[in-house]
Design a protein around this ligand. Sequence first.
Ligand SMILES: [Zn+2]
Length: 151
Amino acid sequence: MWKLFRKRKRQRRSTSVTKHYVEHKESARQVVLERLQYFNQHYSLEWKRVAIRNQRRCWGSCTSLKNLNFNYKILLLPPHLRDYIIVHELCHLVELNHRQPFWELVGQMIPEYKLCVAELRAIDKGGNSVGHLLTVREAYLSGSIKPSNPA
Ligand SMILES: [Zn+2]
């Protein structure tokens, strides 16, 4: 009985998670494409395809085939951290590693990238559930968390 209850609960939860993804996927794509184009005025790079995914852990990734993937929950992040993730993946089109030249490239558009990395790490500690991310956003809006790069 307990098991059955748990199973039902889990199914209901995953349905609402999927629903949130379906409802926000296209607005996430719009924001990602707009910011990619904005930062690419500086970098002038080429990518093949941008995919918006519902990923458990990863905020974004870049493949050797020059495909960019982003977590739709990037939409829920404070804008300066969203921008940092977008620039990070954009720069992976040039350097598919995290060595110094890569960070120099990121730093051209996000000089305070180290602070962004630390802020994201702090957010990630609480996982990336929609509830947690909304709480984080609220904390930024109310000023109880200070952004490293107020936009
Ligand atoms: Zn990376």
